[in-house]
Design a protein around this ligand. Structure first.
Ligand code: FMN
Length: 364
């Protein structure tokens, strides 16, 4: 019987060749102007057997950057760099969505010396350390709370980035509303103490994400827009179970905008003690009536459980796609997976990036 991961899927406006999605993966290998380079083209080209590639997160503005050498999507040069990647992936017969990113308070002022402090819904310092533009580990700064008028201009930055993604030849965009970054900071009460229409009630905390989604839909059409959510994440010091009603509301609103998909990052069994959380997670996912991509910790085997039970329609693989450029082929023949090397995840050159071995021809 055919492996369900390898069966086609209708996702928004597209017919995908399989349900193996390459998860968004920040690799910090753009050039000094934060433009994708030829090495990045090769990396994505190698992984074009995925049904859908979701790119590494790409910042929509200078203030949106959080780590060294991450590619942007706000300058013309960056658009031209991405264009080479979309061309290469299309030539190999895959689809590619750009993940749109603003890190909010997870930034550092060294990335935008003119603008100064990172921005956030509220001036609350995240716990922990971050990297400066010259790769030094320092404690997070206390961000500056965005003025209401600046929120409006941030929405326009998303729109500009979405337009640029179109010019660069992408098939669609994924809004990064997960993992503790700006939109996630607005959703959770722990990080959002605002008194204006973007804070307080469930509707207000979800407002920014929905206003950005509506801009993306205007630019792209709903069938070419996805969104990533991580209701249970511990990333970026935003973990807040009180925020769950916000997600219920958000999903209800998203049901009335027929997006290409919602991409859920699962709760992690290593982080969650209370087993009831997993039931809550299922309930939450059930509220969404459209296509679901599921992510976090999947193997080709555990992915099938999700597809067979119809908990999700496609599965995103992150670390396994880093180390297995031919992951769908390996799934097809049940081949062993290459192990990944964490030390080369962030920054560097081709080592741990474009030099993971493909299966030998005789196995292929
Ligand atoms: C090196 C690395 C970079 C990542 N970068 C991003 C990113 O840019 N955007 C995002 O939404 N998630 C990012 N993630 C999270 C992954 O998309 C994925 O959810 C996570 O790796 C868990 O899936 P896995 O167990 O299949 O690796 C990153 C994870 C890793 C390991």
């Amino acid at each position: 019987m055919e492996n369900k991961l390898l069966t086609p899927l209708r996702l928004g406006d597209y017919a995908l060749k399989n349900r193996v999605v390459m998860a968004p993966l920040t690799r910090m290998r753009a050039d000094v102007e934060l433009v994708p380079i030829d090495l990045n083209v090769e990396y994505y080209r190698q992984r074009s057997s995925a049904g859908l590639i979701i790119t590494e997160a790409s910042q929509i503005s200078r203030l949106g950057q959080g780590y060294p050498m991450t590619p942007g999507i706000y300058s013309d040069k960056q658009v031209a760099g991405w264009q080479k990647i979309t061309d290469a992936v299309h030539k190999e017969g895959s689809r590619i969505f750009l993940q749109l990113w603003h890190v909010g308070r997870i930034s550092h002022s060294s990335f935008h010396t003119d603008e100064g402090l990172p921005v956030a819904p509220s001036a609350i310092q995240p716990k922990g350390n971050t990297l400066t533009s010259d790769w030094k580990q320092v404690p997070f700064e206390t961000p500056r709370a965005l003025e209401t008028s600046e929120i409006k201009s941030t929405i326009q930055d998303y729109r500009h980035a979405a337009n640029n993604a179109k010019i660069a030849g992408f098939d669609g965009v994924e809004l990064h509303s997960a993992n503790g970054y700006l939109l996630n900071q607005f959703l959770h009460g722990k990080t959002n103490h605002r008194k204006d229409e973007y804070g307080g009630s469930v509707e207000n905390r979800a407002r920014l994400t929905l206003e950005v989604i509506d801009q993306l839909v205007e630019v792209w059409g709903a069938g070419k827009v996805g969104i990533r959510l991580s209701p249970f994440t511990f990333s970026g010091d935003v973990h807040d179970l009180e925020a769950l009603p916000v997600y219920g509301y958000l999903l209800k609103e998203l049901n009335s905008r027929p997006l290409a998909y919602v991409h859920f990052v699962r709760a992690r069994a290593t982080e969650i003690e209370d087993q009831k959380i997993f039931e809550k997670e299922k309930e939450l996912w059930n509220r969404y009536s459209g296509t679901i991509i599921a992510a976090d910790g999947f193997t080709p085997e555990t992915a099938l459980e999700y597809l067979d039970n119809e908990w999700a329609e496609a599965i995103a693989f992150g670390r396994n796609f880093i180390s297995n450029p031919d992951l769908p082929r390996r799934i097809e023949i049940g081949a062993e997976l290459n192990p990944y090397d964490r030390t080369t995840f962030y920054g560097g050159g081709e080592k741990g990036y474009t030099d993971y071995p493909f299966l030998q021809k005789q196995n292929a």
